[in-house]
Write a protein that binds this ligand. Structure first.
Ligand SMILES: Cc1cc2nc3c(=O)[nH]c(=O)nc-3n(C[C@H](O)[C@H](O)[C@H](O)COP(=O)(O)OP(=O)(O)OC[C@H]3O[C@@H](n4cnc5c(N)ncnc54)[C@H](O)[C@@H]3O)c2cc1C
Length: 561
């Protein structure tokens, strides 16, 4: 088996150009990742190409919740809430190191759209639809209890709150750990490989022209089935056809989050509140040393490769926070980072953006391109099932030169992602305790080890072993761990650029800018050494990262223009 390492990219390319795969997936977000995993689990030879880095689209820019979507109950989207609600438990079980269970507080105020009765009914229904286990059923709280458990909440007009369970996830790592597992099971996945056109045989798509963005070469990959899982880019990827049949079925909506230091908004659990001026629901979610707040929902028609927050969106979120947590006095000065994501929503006549369903749909063009659009991070497994089952049925009805043994079921509900190879909950707790206990030996705080464990799970020991190779050479223990993670990323997670590591693999652009500022140069030097970059490639890496680093705070300069 070839390692999922940047150094092996050319071997993967060679493999891909030499053989015809059964399924080629375009798009390395959560949708494509899920499809690749399902395909290889069933016995297909499958590959995935991603034009940027894995998860660099919407799948690293979500609210980072594995949830049934309580607000969709208001739109009577019962099937969606039911399916994603049930999926929560499965994603939690299969990606334990990345998913954390939290109590979510849902306060309601005098004059608001939510009241005690409506909140209670909605949460009751949510518990039933999502088959929430009894010990996680909702609780309704009186005003005094609500104030006691969340003293920062605005007390004026507060009537009470609902308390229910939600699951928080590292979205980009979930995408990556699924891809890593699929590769471990025989799939091929390439980042920086862009689909630029199709190859036809008898009028049907028989392959894809792929441009290697890093080495500026173009090659052809042949496949029985090509799946367009490119999220917000779905229309563009469909338009690459020689007789394009535009999907025109997606509407793009932008959602922004802001990040403030936790000590500026030290809430005791995630809070989901109604913004009283427009009745929109907003999340405030504590995450390690920070609290993030989002999201907005506005029509989008700009550059999709690097969407950014603007000044108006940041001020809107600050105003929302000011209404519910006035004592915190959050201002623009507190905002340390932001991110913006683009939702690919299925078009429905006469509906506003927030009313549009988050459901997914699968289409097939006359020349055979299968596109999947819409959906949610939480529902990725069921979305993949729908695509692969369509292919499975067609595949079986045709004669094939090579006939693989195919399984009717992918059993992805029972497949742990990479880093989550725990035999039981007890096994999880033991490994977590063991990793935490290494803090003395590694000379860092226990919390640092806890973060590392929640990033790498059962692969943590590999990262630590790589960090220890710097003992003697580097005296700063935090830098040793940082470089251990970097080497692991390059050798096992296809890290090809500085941004891959600092953004998609570790989220430090959003939740660790101080660490980035401190270690940027040693990280760059080690990356350049390991990847054998020349001076030009090294400075291009830095330039590209700085572009992204500055983009998340670009809204600050906007008003002074
Ligand atoms: C603000 C916001 C908050 C959200 N919050 C949640 C949440 O809390 N929970 C939840 O369940 N869902 C949430 N969602 C929805 C969820 O994030 C998305 O449904 C999901 O990430 C979409 O994944 P995707 O793989 O379809 O698209 P993407 O992640 O965008 O992946 C598509 C990929 O295709 C690649 N691509 C494009 N063109 C090409 C080409 N020509 N060749 C090769 N590759 C190409 C892109 O580079 C991209 O990486 C949220 C969405 C937004 C915007």
């Amino acid at each position: 088996m070839i390692a999922f390492a940047a150094a092996e990219r050319s071997d993967y390319l060679e493999l891909l150009t030499k053989k015809k795969v059964h399924i080629l997936v375009i798009g390395g977000g959560i949708t494509g990742a899920g499809i690749l995993m399902d395909a290889v689990n069933r016995g297909f030879e499958a590959a995935l190409i991603e034009k940027q880095d894995f998860a660099s689209g919407t799948s690293s820019r979500s609210t980072k919740l594995i949830h049934g979507g309580l607000r969709y109950l208001k739109q009577a989207q019962i099937a969606l809430v039911k399916e994603t609600g049930k999926e929560r438990k499965i994603v939690y079980n299969n990606a334990k190191h990345l998913v954390q269970r939290n109590k979510m507080l849902l306060p309601f105020y005098k004059g608001g759209a939510l009241g005690a009765w409506t909140t209670s009914i909605a949460l009751w229904l949510y518990d039933r639809l999502a088959r929430v286990s009894k010990n996680e059923h909702k609780l309704m709280l009186k005003k005094e209890t609500t104030r006691r458990i969340e003293p920062l909440l605005n007390a004026e007009g507060l009537k009470g709150a609902g308390l229910y369970y939600e699951y928080k996830v590292d979205d980009s790592r979930l995408t990556l750990e699924i891809i890593k597992k699929a590769v471990e099971n025989g799939g091929i996945a390439l980042n920086y490989a862009e689909a630029t056109g199709y190859i036809y045989e008898d009028g049907k798509i028989a392959g894809v022209k792929v441009h290697d963005v890093l080495n500026h070469t173009t090659y052809e990959v042949m496949a029985d089935y090509v799946v367009n899982a490119s999220g917000p880019w779905s229309d563009q990827v469909a338009m690459l056809e020689h007789k394009p049949e535009s999907l025109k079925r997606i509407v793009l909506s932008k959602g922004v989050h802001i990040v403030v230091p936790f000590n500026r908004l030290p809430i005791k659990q995630p809070v989901y509140f109604e913004n009283r001026s427009d009745q929109r629901m907003i999340f405030a979610i504590p995450h390690w040393d920070y609290t993030y707040i989002g999201t907005t929902d506005t029509a989008f028609a700009g550059e999709m490769d690097l969407p950014t927050a603007n000044h108006e969106e940041v001020s809107y979120l600050i105003k929302c926070i000011g209404q519910v947590f006035p004592k915190a006095h959050i201002s623009e000065q507190d905002v340390r980072s932001t991110w913006a994501g683009i939702r690919p929503l299925v078009y429905e006549k006469g509906k506003s953006l927030s009313e549009l369903s988050r459901k997914d749909e699968v289409f097939k063009s006359t020349s055979g391109l299968i596109s999947i659009v819409g959906g949610k991070l939480t529902g990725y497994r069921k979305m993949a099932e729908r695509v692969i089952e369509l292919i499975l049925t067609e595949f079986k009805s045709h004669e094939h030169k090579t006939s693989p043994v195919l399984h009717e079921e992918a059993l992805t509900d029972l497949s742990n992602v990479s880093g989550s190879e725990f035999k039981s909950d007890d096994d999880f707790r033991k490994l977590k305790a063991y990793c935490n206990s290494l803090c003395h030996h590694l000379q860092v705080e226990e919390e640092v080890m806890e973060k590392i464990f929640h990033r790498y799970g059962t692969n943590t020991e590999q990262v630590i072993a790589l960090a220890e190779t710097f003992t003697g050479e580097i005296t700063d223990p935090y830098l040793r761990l940082e470089l251990g993670g970097l080497l692991y990323g390059i050798r096992q997670e296809m890290v090809c650029t500085l941004s891959d590591y600092l953004i998609r693999r570790t989220n430090q652009l959003y939740f660790g800018r101080d660490q980035v500022n401190k270690y940027l140069m040693p990280v760059l030097d080690t990356l350049a050494g390991e990847l054998q970059l020349n001076a030009e490639q090294k400075s291009k890496n830095l330039e590209d990262f700085i572009k992204e680093y500055e983009a998340v705070m670009a809204w600050k300069n906007e008003k002074t223009l």
